[in-house]
Design a protein around this ligand. Structure first.
Ligand code: MN
Length: 293
């Protein structure tokens, strides 16, 4: 029997801020809901009190992952050296957060702005982005931190929208601690299905976001989770699976606007998260039993 995947939940299920009170609410709720880790968004790495966060994680026996999306003024997927340097600095600051809270993972839309572009990318922009990610990955490797590229739908980046684009970009970066971060919400928009692209990732898949087609309760949208869980078992995926869901009930102004979270899909984060945890754990167990049988 394969080992159970570590299960995580994104902090935006609990709170949009990261004051000590917000951190305590998010971390204690994550532990109470039975998850192994919390994914902490570091869009503004400077607002995270590293020592305070680490102490609270320790107190609740939780691991952390760190994620972010770059902004238009920190866009490394660019031909403007000022933007590239600003993005490089933001990523290095986010890496310092990951190192400080002892997170083994730093990922997200770190290869471009997390924004709707009004133009296609250019080969020069793509190479500039890959050069910064290469430097980030080499720095991250010193602390055994994995760097994940979360390819997203066309409305949130013009650079990496599919698994194939992400694998090609990884070849350019060419660092062993860089992995594919697959989010089924985005795949649902851009891929032909789930099984084939996940099989294409194979052992280069390093982090998974599970979210519904409308980013609300799992099972209430149109995503074929049997296909998703089946494919993850098929490639022997043993990495982290993190639940992501967003509602206008919990807002981080920068984050929620970038992701176009305008509707109130849920109000009770604990009910949502405990349901999601069981949904993912049961789905993976069922897929494993099916493959074994
Ligand atoms: Mn995601």
């Amino acid at each position: 029997m394969a080992q159970r995947n570590p299960l995580g939940v994104h902090a935006l299920v609990w709170t949009g801020g990261w004051s000590p009170e917000d951190a305590e609410l998010a971390i204690s709720s994550t532990a109470k809901a039975g998850f192994d880790l919390i994914e902490i968004p570091a869009l503004d790495p400077d607002r995270i009190d590293i020592a305070d966060t680490r102490a609270r994680l320790d107190a609740h026996g939780l691991q952390a992952g760190v994620s972010l999306g770059l902004a238009p003024d920190t866009d490394i997927n660019s031909e403007d050296p000022v933007l590239i340097e600003a993005g490089r600095q933001t990523l290095m600051n986010a890496l310092a957060v990951a190192r400080g809270v002892q997170a083994p993972y730093l990922g997200g839309v770190i290869f471009s702005a997390m924004a709707k572009y009004l133009h296609p990318t250019t080969e020069a922009s793509r190479r500039n982005s890959a050069a910064v990610i290469k430097e980030l990955a080499q720095e991250a490797a010193k602390d055994d931190i994995t760097v994940g590229l979360e390819f997203v739908n066309r409305y949130e980046s013009n650079l990496l929208n599919t698994v194939q684009q992400t694998l090609d970009y990884m070849d350019l970066v060419d660092e062993p601690n860089v992995v594919v971060h697959a989010d089924v919400y985005h795949m649902n928009i851009e891929e032909n299905g789930f099984r084939e692209p996940l099989l294409l990732c194979g052992d280069r898949l390093g982090y998974v976001h599970i979210g519904e087609s409308n980013r609300g309760y799992l099972g209430q949208g149109t995503i074929d989770f049997d296909e998703v869980f089946g494919a993850l078992v098929e490639i022997d995926y043993t990495g982290t699976i993190t639940f992501e869901s967003f509602s206008s009930a919990v807002v981080d102004p920068q984050f929620s606007r970038s992701l176009a979270i305008w509707r109130d899909l849920w109000t009770d984060g604990m009910d949502l998260a405990t349901h999601a945890r069981a949904f993912i754990a049961d789905g993976m167990d069922r897929a494993r039993a099916q493959q074994a049988g």
